[in-house]
Structures are given as structure tokens and as C-alpha cells.
Design a binder for this molecule. Sequence first.
Ligand code: ADP
Ligand code: MG
Length: 730
Amino acid sequence: MSSLRYLALQEMASENKKVAHYGGKRITSMFASNVFTGRAMREYLSDEAYKSLMNSAKSGTKIDRKMADQIAAGMKAWAEERGVTHFTHWFQPLTGTTAEKHDSFFTIKSDGTAIEIFDGDALIQQEPDASSFPNGGIRATFEARGYTAWDPSSPAFIMEAANGKTLCIPTIFIAYNGESLDYKAPLLKSIAALDKAAVDVCHYFDKNVTKVTTTLGWEQEYFVIDETLANARPDLVMCGRTLVGHSPAKGQQLEDHYFGSIPDRVYEFMQDFEQESYKLGIPLRTRHNEVAPGQFECAPIFEECNIAVDHNSLLMDVMNKVAKRHKLKVLLHEKPFAGVNGSGKHNNWSLATDTGVNLLAPGKTPRTNLMFLTFFVNAIKAVHDHADLLRAAIASANNDHRLGANEAPPAIISVYVGKYLTEVLDEIETRVKDKFSEQDEVILKLDIHKQIPELLMDNTDRNRTSPFAFTGNKFEFRAVGSSANCGSPMTVLNTIMAQSLKNFKRDVDALIEKGEKKEVALMHVLRDYITNSKKIRFEGDNYSDAWAEEAKKRGLNNFKTTPEALDAFVTDAAKKVFFDNNIYSERELDARHEILLEDYVKKVQIEARILGYMATNHILPAAINYQNVLAENVRGLKDLGLGEGSYKAQLNILKVVSGHIQEINDNVEAMIEARKKANNVEDMHKRAAMYCNDVKTFFEKIRYHADKLELLVEDKLWPLPKYRELLYLR
Ligand code: ADP
Ligand code: MG
């Protein structure tokens, strides 16, 4: 009988793959056609309802019930014309995926007649039966139910799946006492906090600014492999990554994949998911191969942070769905294959004023350049003050494989600013003396202004190894994992930036009150911030051992695993900065900490189970079969009376195979024991540490022997699709 792997390989070769292309359609003709955009609102809402919705979207104010009824009716009319039958509150719980529960517009009235309705109540608030979403005890102790509440700042959209169409209402997910249970509620709070703090600081330079928007442009990396092959591997099906598998003879050492031509089958898949994304208003712009074989990337034009976060979650969902049509599987996991690059999701982040200025883009005049420097230095100071929080925001069992291993970027958070800006900062540091005059200030400002424009144009001044790099007009947070919800890192980044700006204003105002001129006060505080945040700046190779040592000397933390990284969420400093900016209460933080630890435990637990299962049910039987072949062969040769020399090699291989079988068996047993011990520990923090330090250590050991066996056992007998098949066959 053929192994599952052989059957999968055969089926893959005979598959009838879906062809997709743009067929001459222009992107503008489909863009946002499934979104309740401002234009659709104009068409389907009364003037009054339209204005109230626009206003609420901009300012975050509540919409009253009566108006909500009108808006709901308009949305329904718009959706029904497009064939929609159901609606759902769409939200982003802490499980890391999106959640939806569909209800039909259809209902039965008291007199028994059928009707289709969607009213304001249904739009504004729903109660999903969500007691099984992670809540870290919040709902358990307070109120058994959580509810979803409409977020008018993100437009409603129509999700098409399997010929059905659903109206999706973006919502936040909260407990009855208002405590947040998702990624979005805190994100919105952090955006508001940063808006306020940034506008206040902008007023030193420009009184016309009334709103500052956070902008986010993510770059999504992913792997694409054949679905039939993936389905023959329990680890890919259950964990999204391979737990065993020997690296192929041809790895990424040739580096011929990067920016190479995109394979046809993947190209068709890309065109298909791009079109689905365009309909949803996701402004995808770039696509290309990534470094590893089978790895790709796409990126949109940046958007307001809240919308960008929604769009990334939607995109991941769309990619998974569309891949199925092509009999492909998308792997969004941070490290699907050992020995090949992992995947990240660079978060490009900046701030924009309602006067049209990017606050992290150097300006055209000395005055606007000082404004740029202010925001630039404050961002560095924010990362310096709360580097551990940023690390915690991107911690997950998956991302540990990148951050904790010898791969970009490292777990040590540092900021890269480039040669020119380093010079600018150094200059301010040395030239702004305590008796700094307005005259000095003007000269310095002019000098700096002369330097800045050229650095902007210099795209070569980049450091690809930095976890947090300035790239000319934005910061790029590169340590975010490919499967992560951007809401987590963005919430932290916005919050710590808001705090830094608040501190900055306090410090500048204090100097002004002492009689210092405004501009001089600004320069003084900037100088102090530059000095005080110096240790977070690093321009060298972030992978090097030398940096790990240097960072240690500087007192920067290097948390390689999730359980230790997450502790930063519950320090006094963290509680203070989140509380002061109205993002999380202490209880919410404790709950979140617990949820994330639990998520970690579950992920490692599932991997441990699957690895044990694969070892026992797939790998050992294959090895034993091969053992039999060898044993029979040796016995036969012996029976023929041929000397030992005729079966020496076979006997040797047999011994080696037996050795690996024994090792796998012993390690699997020991791993199960370690798991049992960990499961008996109530304290989630201790349990997570045990899974990290005691259970996970067996993964490498088991894998080592399994991979050796893969090289020894006859190809025909090996049951799991191999790396070369997963990564190179399309
Ligand atoms: P690369 O980093 O590969 O050179 P780009 O600089 O063109 O590419 O942009 C990468 C990502 O950064 C894109 O998603 C882009 O939309 C986003 N981006 C550009 N400007 C901003 C900004 N001001 N705020 C947030 N994201 C931005
Ligand atoms: Mg980039």
C-alpha cells in the first residue's frame, strides 16, 4: 500500500487548479465595491443620518438609537441590493483570529408573517455567546456575558464566502462592566490618547492642528504550499508549522527566490486574493517573493491605524479562504520550516496631522524640522522607556522561533536611526549647552535643516537587522510576527508615544514657566531626551553575539521566551503607563497577562501532543518497517552462507536506525511525563514556564532523531511529505 505521502504526491500532480486573473479589469472598478463607503452612505442615508455617522466616525462619539435605526435601514438596503441575507458583528478576540456569528435579516413577526429587518439595536450591540473566548477570568467573576459594540470608525463590509454574502459590522468586544476582551477596544483608546497628546505638542509649532492620526502600513509575509501535501502532515494541519523535517539539499543558500519571478500557481492565487481584498477596500500595493523558497509578501498603502488593523485581520482571513480554491495552503505561522527564514509582519508606523503633515517626515523649513525632531526624539524616548512592553506586545509561542533564535530580528529591542540622524542627534547633544541662547538655537536649527533633506533621499542607509528602524518618514517595527494581530503592538506603541509626548509637554512647559523662551526650552528638553534615551539606539548588526553582549552591558533586556517577555505587562511601570493613558485598568492587564500565558501553554501543549502522535504513529512505524527490511536482508544473506562482509553495511544501518527509534521512544515518554507535571500546576505563570523550559526542550531532541531517520529510511516508506516537496513542488 502506498503511504499517504505518495498518494498526496500523486493527487497533487493530477489536480485541476483554479485559474484566476484580472481579465482586463481595473482595480479602481472593483475597489471597495463591498464596503459601505462614504459614497454608499451618501446614497443610502438621509442627510441627517449621514452627517451623524460621519461625525461619529471622526470623533468617536456615540450615535443615538433613533439615528442608528435610520443607519441600519440604509445599510440593509445597500446590502440587500448586493444579495446579502445575513449580518454579523465582526470582532477580534484575543485568540488572534477574527470571530463572527451570523444572524439572518429574516425573522417572524408576532402575527406569524415573515419579514426581513435590521434595526438600530442589532447594529449597535449584540451578545455573542462568547463565554468560550479567552477572558482571563474577567467575565467569570463579573458577568457571564460579553457584548460586541459597533465601531463606526471602521466601515461595514460584505464578506463573500462559498456563494453566500454577509454584512459584517466591525465591532469591539467588551464585558458588561466595560472591560475590554479584544484587540480593538484598547487600540481605539490608544489612538485617542495619542491624538490628544500629539495635538498638544503640535501646538508649539502650529496652532491649526486639531487632530493627529496614527498611520499604519503593514507588510505581510507568508508561505504558500500545496494543500494536498499539507493535509498529509498532521503538524501543518494542527499547528501551522512543521515539527519535524530535514532541510532540503537545496535551501535558501542560493538566494535565487528573492525577487525572482513568482511561480504561476502562486501568481494566480495572488491575483485572486488581491481581487477579493480590493472589493473589501484593502489597498494592496505590492507583492513579491521573499527570501525563503515558497515565501512571499504583500503590502498595502498605509491607512489610519484602526482601519489598517482591521484590514490586516481581514486579509489573513481572505488569504486562507481563497487559498482553498486553488488547493493551496497559506502558512501565516512565524516559523513553518526549520532552517529556512521565518515570516514577520513589519508594522510601518507614523503620525499625520489634519493639516496634512507627516510628523515623522523631516520638514521643508527649519521650523517644521524642529517639529519633526520633536516627534522623532519622542518616539525614541518612548521605546527607550518601555522597550520591554514592546517586546511583550509581540510575544507569542510562534514568534519565539524568530525572536529567540538566530534569526532577524532579535529579542533585544533597539532603535536604528541611520548615520545622518545619528549625527543630528549627536550635534544637538553636544551643542545645546545649559546657557544655550536663542541665537545658538537658530544657528543650530539651520545647520540641522541643511543636513536633514539629504538623509531622506538616501534609501541605502538602512539596517535590515534592526527590530525598530527609522526609514525616512516612519518607524518600522519589524519584530511583529506574521500571524499576529497588529492591534497589540500598535496599542503599546501608541500608548508609550502618548506618554512620552505628555512628559515632553510637561518638561517644556516647566522651562517656559521659568522664563525660558519656547524654542530654547524645546531644544533643552530634546537634548535631555536624546541623552537619556541613548542606550536604546543601535546602528550595528543586530544578529551578532557582540550586540547581545553590548546590550547586556547597556542594561537592555533580552527576553527570548514568551513567558518571561509577558511579565513586562504586569510591572508597576506598565500598569502606570496604561492606566494613566486610560487604556487598561490593573485588572484588565492582569487578565490579559493570564490570557496570553494560557494561549502560550495551549499552543505548546498542542504541539507536544501532535509531535508525540507523529513520532509514535507515523515516524516509528516507518522506521520499524525499514528495520524489518534490513533485518530480513541480513538474515537472508546470512542464510545463504555469505560472510559477514556481505551484510556489514546493512547491519550497521540497522543498528543506527534502532538507536534513533529508542531515542525517539524515550524522549516522547519523557515529554509526556513533563507535560503531565506541568498540567498539574495551577499557577498559569509557573505552568507556562514549565511548558517553556521542561516540555519544549524535548521538541528538538525528538526532531533530531526523526530527521536522522528521514535521511535513512527508504523514501517509499517515509509517510510525511518532505521539505523539498513542500517547498519546491507547485
Ligand atoms: P519598503 O519599506 O519596503 O521600502 P515603503 O517604504 O514603500 O517600502 O513602505 C512600506 C510600507 O510602509 C507600505 O505599507 C507603506 O504604505 C508604509 N508607509 C509608507 N509611509 C507610511 C506612513 N507615513 N505611515 C505608515 N506607513 C507608511
Ligand atoms: Mg519594509
